[in-house]
Design a protein around this ligand. Structure first.
Ligand code: ADP
Length: 726
């Protein structure tokens, strides 16, 4: 039970939600049958937390219902929980409500829980509650109160806990601190907590907190115009968020990166990210963010002098802003739209919009955006021949642009003024303005060039970072990504079905092949409870040892089985892959095993293969690790990898000098859970080759073995040269 729960918690921390879920589900079944109400209670709360994180990441309310159902089960138990458990239940409830933005209900629960925690001097719970409360207030926009609560949590932590021994609690507090400090624009302190958090979260393998830390560091770097570093942090946060299916943070990263790219005049990369958000995550955006994106995209197209493309974006921004009664946003959208209309030659519409915008800018005393509108109005007057008014408006526009440090509007103002005075026949003035225009636009181009250069540097840095991240996450690639990328509810539902399918598989196997370890757990647990009661003597301790061993083994089997049932079901893209490169990656993964066994691996020049990268890695890795594992005790493994190719198939051979396999077993070894040795002789679960076979089938190929006992084995697999149509 403990091992399962520990396992589930560990996966939960890494936000491998599917794995966490499976372990907790099994724990719950077990607890319902054999365990104490306390076990059921704890497990239900864990399951509720897993589902609520799932709901939050996937932005799918369905999962909140599941979470709530588990809390109901916990509550309905025929068991009077200690205050600590009561607090946990309330806390979980509040978090679920908080994520659903039911702020009042959530704070009621939190206050109640806080009172119980304080009365019973449950300091750890108190701190966690304060953190949740601070988070709730932060999301509700009450930054001052959020800051107070965060400070209170930090003070309590410092007073009652030793940092070294309570890092995960510290991480909770620091995450909240760093985030609220960013909201309050106290970047100096945000950086301090962000850095601390980054190192603890990595140490604890806590992926969500790591993402939080990366985002904080990225935002702080961006506000200090340290774009290169900011982009590296965003990139890392993006990859990690995508990996765990955390959609909100994926969207945040994409938008932030797009904004920085736009700032660096790299319009293509900026647009690519905005479009990704609009295409894949639109339903997750609130109207305010959507308006901001439409305005930004429109601005990019306007700067690219593509007013026809820009037009509909500003129009959409305007419609949404009006629908939501957001007057400043609507005025800004009108100003932009008008500017685009001017460029398109729709003078009447442009004038109408610009006048409306000007009116509300004046009424609201807004300055941001007014420079654009004034200059646009100036241009309209100029075109209509009203030169005095044009000059006056252009001067006002120039002043507003200066106040706002808007270089490009200033340049536009100088240019417009030069044109106006030229038409007026005031050549000396026109000349002065023109000189100023030339001087400024030269400086501006230089700055633009500098930024573009910086953009190039960033590209390089990101490529490096990407490689680094890939290397780090490769290990995790196969470990069940329920929420990998999916965003639409439909996809989530499909995955839910898939998950159920997998769980069914588990149920099947749990009742057949896994009976033996399960029975072991059951009987030893019974022996302890019945015979020994609460006195734990040496025997009891030994039995406990068996129990843990059984549970661990069951976990291995379940993990392996999970791998088997999900293999090839990801939507990984197929591509032409260099087999030699794949072998190199596998060698890195197996470094320790290779070094310990003294294995010699020789590899011929191998052809390219059309496959999914992780599938191919998994296939090669299973074959190579078997070739090393089933070695003769006295001679180091010699392994040779070669390949041949005809029009239809690439055939790869992995030859070893190990113990070999008797003829009658050659087929059996590809069947799931079939092994030829006891675990004490050779570690394993008997699932590796079954996975290999599935992979080969999935790729339209096959796998077989030739072997002679005592002489070694040669495993062959052949894959079609031409990609499968599927
Ligand atoms: P596991 O390695 O976990 O036992 P596999 O499915 O990878 O599971 O292998 C099934 C069985 O096939 C192994 O237990 C072993 O008896 C046999 N086998 C696999 N590869 C080799 C090899 N290279 N040499 C000898 N026997 C092998």
């Amino acid at each position: 039970m403990d091992t399962l729960l520990q396992d589930s918690r560990e996966h939960f921390r890494k936000r491998m939600l599917k794995k966490a879920l499976v372990a907790a589900q099994i724990a719950l079944d077990f607890a319902r049958k054999e365990g104490s109400p306390e076990d059921v209670f704890t497990t239900c709360i864990l399951l509720a937390r897993i589902f609520s994180v799932n709901a939050r990441y996937a932005m799918n309310g369905l999962f909140y219902k599941k979470a709530e159902a588990f809390l109901e089960e916990a509550e309905s138990l025929n068991w009077v929980p200690e205050p600590e458990f009561k607090v946990r239940l309330l806390h979980a409830k509040a978090d679920i409500k908080g994520f659903q933005v039911k702020v009042n209900e959530a704070s009621e629960d939190l206050n109640l829980a806080l009172a119980i925690a304080q009365k019973n001097i449950l300091k750890e719970e108190e701190i966690k509650l304060l953190v949740s409360y601070a988070y709730l207030e932060m999301t509700a926009g009450n930054y001052e109160h959020s800051m107070q609560l965060s400070d209170q949590a930090l003070d309590t932590f410092r007073e009652f806990f030793d940092y070294e021994k309570n890092k995960s609690l510290a991480a909770e507090v620091y995450t909240q601190m760093a985030q609220v400090l960013v909201k309050k624009a106290d970047y100096y302190h945000a950086l301090e907590f962000g850095q601390l958090l980054l190192s603890i979260s990595r140490e604890l393998n806590d992926t969500e907190k790591e993402i939080n830390a990366l985002m904080v560091m990225a935002i702080v770097s961006a506000t200090k115009a340290n774009y290169k570093i900011a982009m590296q942090y965003f990139q890392e946060a993006l990859v990690k968020s995508q990996n765990i299916g955390y959609q909100q943070s994926t969207v945040d990263c994409l938008i932030n990166m797009a904004t920085i790219y736009a700032h660096l005049y790299n319009y293509d990369d900026a647009l690519a990210r905005y479009n990704e958000v609009l295409e894949n995550y639109r339903s997750q955006l609130d109207d305010a963010s959507l308006i901001a994106i439409y305005n930004n995209v429109g601005n990019i197209y306007a700067s690219k002098e593509e007013p026809d493309v820009a037009h509909p974006y500003f129009e959409k921004a305007l419609i949404l802003a009006e629908k939501n009664n957001l007057v400043p946003e609507a005025s800004l959208a009108k100003a932009h739209l008008s500017r685009v209309c001017t460029a398109q030659g729709e003078i009447r519409k442009a004038t109408e919009l610009a006048l409306e915008a000007a009116k509300s800018f004046n009424e609201l005393g807004l300055i941001n955006g007014s420079q654009i509108n004034l200059l646009n109005l100036a241009e309209l007057s100029y075109r209509q021949g009203d030169l005095d008014q044009a000059a006056e408006l252009a001067m006002m526009g120039k002043e507003a642009a200066e106040k706002l440090l808007d270089d490009s509007s200033q340049i536009k103002a100088w240019q417009l003024l030069a044109a106006i005075f030229e038409k007026k026949g005031d050549f000396p003035k026109a000349h002065t303005y023109l000189k100023e225009f030339v001087k400024r636009s030269e400086a501006f181009s230089k700055m633009q060039l500098n930024r573009q250069f910086l953009d190039l540097e960033i590209k390089n840095a990101l490529r490096e970072k990407q490689k680094e991240i890939e290397q780090l996450t490769k290990e995790n690639e196969y470990q069940a990504l329920l929420l990998e990328k999916g965003d639409q509810i439909k996809k989530q539902n499909d995955e839910l079905l898939q998950m159920n399918e997998d769980l069914k598989q588990f149920a099947y196997v749990a009742s057949h092949d896994l009976k033996e370890p399960l029975r072991m757990i059951g009987s030893y647990a019974q022996i302890i409870t019945r015979i020994y009661g609460d006195k734990l003597d040496d025997n009891a301790k030994t039995y406990f040892g068996y129990i843990t061993e059984g549970v661990t083994r069951m976990n291995h089997l379940l993990d392996a089985l999970l791998k088997y049932t999900t293999v090839g079901k990801s939507d990984e893209e197929f591509e032409e892959l260099e087999l030699n490169y794949i072998v190199d990656i596998v060698k890195v993964h197996l470094k320790v095993l290779i070094e310990e066994s003294g294995a010699q691996i020789t590899v011929d020049e191998l052809p390219d293969v059309y496959s999914g990268k992780s599938l191919l890695i998994l296939l090669m890795q299973n074959l190579l690790s078997n070739a090393i594992k089933f070695r003769k005790p006295d001679i180091p493994p010699q392994i040779h990898i070669s390949a041949s190719q005809n029009d239809e198939f690439v055939t790869v051979k992995v030859q070893d000098n190990g113990i070999g396999i008797a003829k009658e077993h050659l087929d059996r070894i590809f069947v799931i859970f079939q092994r030829l040795h006891a675990r004490s002789e050779y570690e394993g679960t008997g699932i590796g080759l079954a996975i290999c076979q599935r992979i080969c089938q999935r790729l339209g190929g096959k796998i077989w073995v030739e072997s002679e006992p005592g002489k070694g084995s040669s495993f062959y697999f052949s894959l079609p040269v031409h990609p499968l149509e599927s």
